[in-house]
Design a protein around this ligand. Structure first.
Ligand code: KG4
Ligand code: ZN
Length: 359
């Protein structure tokens, strides 16, 4: 079986063909995967502008799907698909609607089933797409510009949320810190690079620990939540004080060595927070493997420290290559295949859901 995946939840228009291999350990193979990024459009605004995103998806989707269907030239079966899997949510509603409407029309025209996919299920299955089935139970951290969530995977395709961010996503915190340091967008890769030249103990930024249900926010479930807005505010306060001390204006650039120290100190807190929660959740739930997916998994310190911690605990650590970590449609097709084999398809009344829950 071959599935066409379509992803338009945020600022990437993506389509991919993924087929089943028949091998239980490595169930899927990517035939083609095309991603059209909108980052150059949003850079000018310092973040994703929803209306611009939706309009650009409309412009790009036909070409992206056509390219995915052209597949690899060596693949004689390219162009053929047995079902369409599409991201139903969560994400930007205008952007999601482009993908869902396009996917429904194409599935109807080709007379094939349509499979709705949760965006984060796609991120979780990207680990399997790259590394093969994970030893279960597993704990997976999905960490990107829009999400910071921890899931327990007890059986293939069965995900329970253990925690999520109560405010900013980790990638969002990277982007905001980069902006307030005047470093450009998206900030994650820039802060990561500068941090490598800095002293990670130079500034004692505080860590927010949320290990119990917050009495002030009883509607937010989970015992392993994250919070990054306090850290971001601490960086802002530090930068403001340093600018004043050096007689710089509101937007003045701090000396490069100070910027590197701030980046390194910020990054140490983010990575420690993420990995401590991940490995503590793995320990307490008796997990046999852990995974990290989403754009922030590109982070050099996160990757290196996850590997070290995994080795120390004899826990396999799954982190996909970058092209599968950031938003793509191969992961949506893979998650769609998983759901289809579990008997899930949608009717023609399928609609996008900006705040879709994963359960
Ligand atoms: O998954 P993704 O491509 O898009 C979504 O947000 O869904 O993730 C993008 C996020 C951005 O916030 C970006 O700054 C962050 O991932 N990022 C990084 C790195 N590369 C990308 N954050 C930290 N270190 C990196 N090397
Ligand atoms: Zn994503």
């Amino acid at each position: 079986m071959i599935v066409l995946g379509i992803e338009t939840s945020c600022d990437e228009t993506a389509a991919a063909l993924v087929e089943e291999t028949g091998d239980q350990a490595h169930p899927w193979r990517i035939v083609s995967s095309i991603v059209a990024s909108q980052v150059d459009i949003h850079r000018e605004w310092g973040g994703v502008v929803p209306e611009l995103s939706a309009r650009q998806h409309v412009r790009d989707i036909c070409g992206v799907v056509e390219q995915a269907l052209a597949g690899r030239q060596s693949d004689t079966r390219s162009g053929h698909f047995d079902a369409v899997a599409v991201t139903q949510g969560p994400g930007l509603i205008g952007s999601l609607l482009v993908g869902v409407s396009f996917a429904k029309s194409l599935a109807w025209a080709r007379n094939v089933p349509i499979i709705p996919v949760h965006h984060l299920a796609g991120h979780i299955e990207s680990l399997v797409l790259e590394g093969g089935e994970m030893p279960l139970p597993a704990v997976v951290l999905v960490v990107s510009g829009g999400h910071t969530s921890l899931y327990s995977v007890s059986a293939p395709g069965s995900y329970q949320r253990l925690g999520r961010t109560r405010d900013d996503a980790a990638g969002e915190a990277y982007d905001k810190v980069a902006r307030l340091l005047g470093l450009g967008y998206p900030g994650g890769p820039i802060v990561d690079r500068l941090a490598q030249q800095g002293n990670d103990r130079a500034v004692p930024f505080p860590r927010t620990r949320l290990t119990h249900a917050d009495r002030n926010a009883p509607h937010l479930p989970g015992r392993r939540d994250f919070s990054f807005s306090g850290l971001k505010t601490s960086v802002l306060r530090h930068v403001t004080l340093r600018r004043a001390a050096l007689g710089l204006g509101d937007q003045g650039l701090l000396p490069a060595s100070e910027v590197a120290d701030i980046c390194a100190s910020f990054q140490r807190v983010v990575v420690d927070t993420l990995l401590e929660q991940l490995f503590e959740a793995a320990r307490s739930s008796g997990a046999r493997s852990v995974g990290i997916a989403g754009g922030v998994s590109a982070n050099s310190r996160l990757r290196a420290e996850a590997a070290t911690r995994g080795e120390a605990r004899a826990l396999p650590v799954f982190i996909p290559r970058l092209s599968l970590s950031t938003d793509n449609a191969a992961m949506i097709a893979a998650a769609g295949l998983r759901r289809y084999r579990a008997g899930v398809t949608a009717g023609w009344d399928l609609n996008a859901d900006a705040s879709l829950a994963l359960a």
